[in-house]
Every structure is written in structure tokens, then in C-alpha cells.
Design a protein around this ligand. Structure first.
Ligand code: NAI
Ligand code: MG
Length: 478
């Protein structure tokens, strides 16, 4: 049975959302010439009207960033830059509840995750990089310690504030100035972050935020005044950006899609593994580039794992993201829901067995029940393409070599998980897997000190840790 829980909604009165937002350029708010709505995907309620950045807006932001780089930011010592980063980190902590509620309203993710993961990790990224700002020469980077200059940063909607922190914190710590574009469905926490920059007294133009869609992103990528591009998003757009940047002097880092293998060996501790599988694919509605979206089970334990997994999935609470009891929130947009539906329909049409948790979905908003597909083969689209939703594809194996072959049989290479009680099994498997991040007996653990990035079509370069610093310094590879 499921216990009945009384509703425990977080108060939305802690955030003030303006009816219209402009861009944040040179420390000031500049209203755009055209606007689009940002909605709450759990209710479809319009939250605010956001400015659609034009090439002229991007140009103004790049000029402000260049001016700030030349006149103020590049003149400061690392220690002075670090003080600003510490200040930003502290203010983010002080305003954590506001950030968490706003992120949940705009993105649809459960408050439990925005409060306990997104916001504290974002502050942690600023703290971590604040510490490096005056120690770059001791970081052991394989580049110079000189900044590129102006960096253009384009981020996705799955971790709006956290991806901003992953991008802005290392850029500022290394002495660059920034023009950042949030994703069109989730601009609000970036705009609140702009207020934090003002509150921290950051010199005008060091951080500029231009909101908008792909056309705004493209204007950033193609602007000749930008020295480096950092992008997180789909592999298709990543390829477009790589092509646009190839004939220029711009540096580039890309953090793209994934189809992570979560491999369970016959000797794994089953109950812990089931929790890890759930965390691997249902965290953040499965809108996670490093999600464990392919479960690769040893045949000897497959039936037991699947039975326990289904029992556990029936207990996942789907619904109001602002409710502190909610495990799985809303799908971020109608477009993403359509993509999940298309791929799951393809899974059924290709003959995989579909099972969904028994849960009631709210009437308004965008929702998808936690779902698994069994009997999946390597040829199925649901084994090869990123679904980016709460959908798990299950494959099986007999020998460890077969597990590795299946895990590596993908155009991606971002993450993988291994579940086994035997250390030698884990060490052997980690050496065979072609993935940037490999978790053993856990999944989806993040730390600012740990580099993150992919092999193959999952991207170029690393973010986080000392490796991530290099990407923001002159001499880094394209
Ligand atoms: P997307 O790649 O279109 O959007 C990511 C960011 O890129 C947004 O800020 C967007 O405005 C910007 N953008 C779009 N076109 C651009 C262009 N031509 N030049 C410069 N910037 C551009 O991703 P989308 O359409 O929202 O999601 C589609 C799929 O991509 C998802 O279903 C998922 O599979 C994957 N994805 C992966 C992410 C990751 O973290 N690796 C994040 C978001 C999506
Ligand atoms: Mg929104």
C-alpha cells in the first residue's frame, strides 16, 4: 500500500516575479523589442514575459563585456576576483529558498531537488572557484593562466541555475567576462542571478545576461567579439556550433547528450541497486544528460531486480513540484513531452515491453509516468537515442565482456554506472568503459572539484575541477 501524505507545499510568496523582464547588460536592465512567455510547466500558468534577444542586444552585451574586461576585470588581482565570487556564493546561500522556489516554478522540478541539489551545488561551484581565483599558477593546468577575454555561454533548461554556475563561476575565477543566454523555457533564475551580481557589487559588464531562443544563441556563437564559446545542450545544436566556430579563433567546449549505461552485475546488493537505478533515471524527471537511461542487467538477477524496481516505481510520488513530498515533477515543456511520447511510441512499435508506474497524473501541465521498457535490443531507437525523460530501457547480458560491449555500443560517452560488490569487477569495468564519468555503487553524484564531460558525441572538454579551469584559459584546445 501507499501511505497517504498530507500536502506539504512550499510557499511561493518567497519569490517576487516581475510581469516583464529585460536583458541584463552592463549592469542595467534593458527591455527587449520582442517578448515571449515563460510558463510553469506544472500548471501552464504564465509566469512572466521574457525579452527575446536580437543580434543588436547581443552586440551591446559583447561590447559591455569587452569594456569590463579591458577596464576593470582584467586589472584585478586573482584575490580581488575571488572576493566577488565568495560574495556571490554567500548571497546565493542567503537567498537559497527564493532560488529554489523560482527554479521549481519555472522548470517543473520537485522542490526537494531544487532545494537540496540545484541551489546548494550552484553556491558550491562559486565557493570552489572563488578559492582558485588567486591560485591559478598552482592549479597544474596545461594552459597559460591568462583568460581568453569575453566568453559566450549558452545553457539548457534541465538545470538552469546549476548550469549557469558551472559556466559563470570558472569564467570569472579565471578573469574572463561573460555573455550568457539561458534556455527559453527557464530564464527566471538567471535573471535573479543578475540581481545577485548587482547585490554583490560586481563591476558593470562583467556578467551580461541576454535572454532568448536559438536565434539569440546563434548571434552569440557568431559574434566576432567573443573569444570562447561554452555550450551545454543537444548534440545537434552542438554540431552546428562546432561548424560555426571551426573557421574562427574562438575556443570551444561542448557538453552534449548521453545515453548512460547502468550495469548491474549478478553479485550486486539488489536493494541498494534498485535505489540507484531509480535515482539514475528518475532524478529531475530524467532530464539529465548523464542519466542512467540504459539499464544493463546480468541475466541471473534480472527478474528479481525488475520485480523490485517495479514495486519501488509504484511508490514514486508524481505531482505538484512545490510539494515537499513530491519525487517526480513536471516535464519541462510541451515540446519535450512530445519528444518523449514519440520515442516511447517507437519503443512499443519496435516490440519492446512497456510498463508504467501506477500513478495519477495532474490534468493541467506536462506529465509522464515513470516508465520502463524490457526486452530492448541494441537496434531499438530507445536504446540508441536520448529520450531525456523518465523512461528506462532495460537490456540484459550473460558475460562481463558482453556488458561492456553493449554499454560502449553508443554514439555517446558521458556517464556510466557499475553495481557490484567486487572491487576487482569495478576496476576492470571502469577501464573498459568509454565514458567521462563512471559511478560505482552510486549514481548522479556531483562535486565542483570533479571534472565532468564526455567522449565521442557527448562533447569536448571538461567542466569542473582543475581540468575545467583550463578551458577558460588561453592555450586551451579548441
Ligand atoms: P537545444 O540544444 O536546442 O537547447 C539548448 C540551448 O541552446 C538553449 O539555450 C537554446 O536556446 C540554445 N540554442 C538552440 N539552437 C541554437 C543555435 N542554433 N545556436 C546557438 N544556441 C542554440 O535543446 P532542446 O531543443 O531544448 O532539447 C532537445 C534535446 O536535446 C533534448 O530532448 C535532449 O535530448 C537534449 N538536451 C541535452 C541537454 C544536456 O544537458 N546535454 C540539455 C538540453 C537538451
Ligand atoms: Mg518556464
Amino acid at each position: 500500500m501507499n501511505f497517504e501524505y498530507a500536502a506539504a507545499p512550499e510557499s511561493r510568496s518567497v519569490v517576487k516575479i516581475d510581469p516583464v523582464y529585460g536583458h541584463f547588460i552592463n549592469g542595467k536592465w534593458v527591455n527587449g523589442s520582442a517578448h515571449f512567455n515563460s510558463i510553469n510547466p506544472a500548471t501552464e500558468e504564465v509566469l512572466s514575459s521574457i525579452s527575446l534577444g536580437t543580434a543588436a542586444d547581443v552586440d551591446a552585451a559583447v561590447k559591455a563585456a569587452r569594456n569590463a574586461f579591458d577596464k576593470s576585470w582584467s586589472k584585478l588581482s586573482g584575490g580581488e576576483r575571488g572576493k566577488y565570487l565568495f560574495r556571490i556564493a554567500r548571497i546565493m546561500q542567503e537567498r537559497a529558498r527564493e532560488f529554489a522556489v523560482l527554479e521549481t516554478l519555472d522548470n517543473g522540478k520537485p522542490i526537494r531537488e531544487s532545494r537540496d541539489v540545484d541551489v546548494p551545488l550552484s553556491a558550491a561551484h562559486f565557493f570552489y572557484h572563488a578559492g582558485w581565483a588567486d591560485k591559478l599558477e598552482y592549479a597544474g593546468v596545461e594552459t597559460t593562466t591568462a583568460p581568453h577575454g569575453v566568453v559566450g555561454q549558452i545553457i539548457p533548461w534541465n538545470f538552469p541555475l546549476l548550469m549557469l554556475a558551472w559556466k559563470v563561476a570558472p569564467a570569472l575565477a579565471t578573469g574572463n567576462t561573460v555573455v550568457l543566454k539561458p534556455a527559453e523555457t527557464t530564464s527566471l533564475t538567471a535573471l535573479l542571478f543578475a540581481q545577485v551580481c548587482q547585490q554583490a557589487g560586481l563591476p558593470d559588464g562583467v556578467v551580461n545576461i541576454v535572454t532568448g531562443d536559438g536565434s539569440t544563441g546563434s548571434a552569440i556563437v557568431n559574434h566576432p567579439g567573443i573569444d570562447k564559446i561554452a555550450f551545454t545542450g543537444s548534440t545537434d545544436v552542438g554540431k552546428l556550433i562546432a561548424r560555426a566556430v571551426a573557421p574562427t579563433n574562438k575556443s570551444l567546449t561542448l557538453e552534449l547528450g548521453g545515453k548512460g549505461a547502468n550495469i548491474v552485475f549478478g553479485d550486486a546488493a539488489i536493494d541498494e541497486t534498485v535505489e540507484g537505478i531509480v535515482n539514475g533515471i528518475f532524478f529531475n524527471q530524467g532530464h539529465v544528460c548523464c542519466a542512467g537511461s540504459r539499464l544493463i542487467l546480468q541475466e541471473s538477477i534480472a527478474d528479481e531486480v525488475l520485480e523490485k524496481l517495479k514495486r519501488r516505481m509504484d511508490k514514486i510520488r508524481v505531482g505538484d513540484p512545490l510539494d515537499k513530498n513530491t519525487d517526480l515533477g513536471a516535464i519541462n515543456s510541451a515540446e519535450q513531452l512530445a519528444k518523449i511520447r514519440e520515442l516511447t511510441a517507437a519503443g512499443e512499435a519496435e516490440g519492446a515491453g512497456r510498463w508504467s508506474a501506477n500513478c495519477e497524473l495532474p490534468e493541467n501541465g506536462f506529465w509522464f509516468a515513470p516508465t520502463i521498457f524490457t526486452g530492448v535490443t541494441q537496434a531499438h531507437r530507445i536504446a540508441r537515442e536520448e529520450i531525456f525523460g523518465p523512461v528506462l530501457s532495460v537490456l540484459t547480458f550473460r558475460t562481463p565482456a558482453e556488458a561492456i560491449e553493449k554499454a560502449n555500443n553508443t554514439p555517446f560517452g558521458l556517464s556510466a554506472g557499475i553495481w557490484s560488490e567486487k572491487g576487482s569487477n569495478i576496476l576492470w569495468a571502469t577501464q573498459q568503459l568509454r565514458a567521462g564519468v563512471i559511478w560505482a555503487n552510486t549514481f548522479n553524484k556531483f562535486d565542483p572539484a570533479s571534472p565532468f564531460g564526455g567522449y565521442k558525441e557527448s562533447g569536448w572538454g571538461r567542466e569542473g575541477g582543475r581540468h575545467g579551469l583550463s578551458a577558460y584559459l588561453k592555450g586551451s584546445a579548441k
